[in-house]
Design a binder for this molecule. Sequence first.
Ligand SMILES: [Zn+2]
Length: 305
Amino acid sequence: MSKTSKTTKYLHQQLGLSVIDSHSHYLSYKTFQSWQVDSKAIQRRIRTRTDMTSVDQPGPDEDFAQKWVTELDRYGIARIGMMVGPESWDEFADALKRFPNRFYGYANINPLLPEAEDQARHVIRELGFHGYKLYPVLHGFYTHSKEAYRIYQIADDLKVPVLHHFGISVGAGVDLRYGNPLDLQPPARDFPDVKFGIAHLGAGMFRETLLLFYQTDNVYVDTSGSNIWMRYIPYPSDLEGVMKRTLEAGGPKRIVFGTDSSMFPRGFRYDILEKQLKIFQRLKVTMEDLKQLFSDNIQRLMRKH
Ligand SMILES: [Zn+2]
């Protein structure tokens, strides 16, 4: 105890708060390969669409899972939820085994693929993943479509959550017409036992996201990312105001903390953790509720029951 308290360096440690980051990305060597674009194009897109200035691409022989665990240890983060593309599923399944309780795995599923149902079962049953990530704007489908419903049925059977990216996206070639979180209301109604997540507070579709708090009982949000979308909404906003409204509309049990950490050298985004934690403190969120936001809620969502 005394040793820890003397060496605590980070705000969450000073508060005695255990932190799980619910939303980050496992972008391995194989992921970069799968993008099939040259590294200059990647660097350009990173510079113009994010607040990063450069990225390190993982090497083919690098122990990338170990790199992430070292990063978590550096910042005192208990566990991290990773979005993982099909090209890295096997590698990540190995990481789940090698580092128990340090990762949660969300498998990126494209419901339009003919093999989507087989994939959805395989990643949970054989590979040990914990949930699905669906990306309507990237893959071009509605969440009230029959293709998406097939995945929700499997999520219902296997008792795993489904996280969604609606709203604006850094991904190349997205179609924003599929980006409305209101499309989640019919499946949330039809699968009342499935937990439906909305990443980045709706990434610009903030009004729609808040309305779903009223209309559903099984939709939650994550706070991940820089929330750059606030620049593009038609009313003045800042993160403190956004968090305040989210807490008022959804309450602390329907919000999970996330950073959207993705690439090195930036690594784990402690700046986002610190910023959000300070905001919640200014909003006088109690210690009990902070525990919900920063670890208990995501543990509850990920527990297969
Ligand atoms: Zn993300």
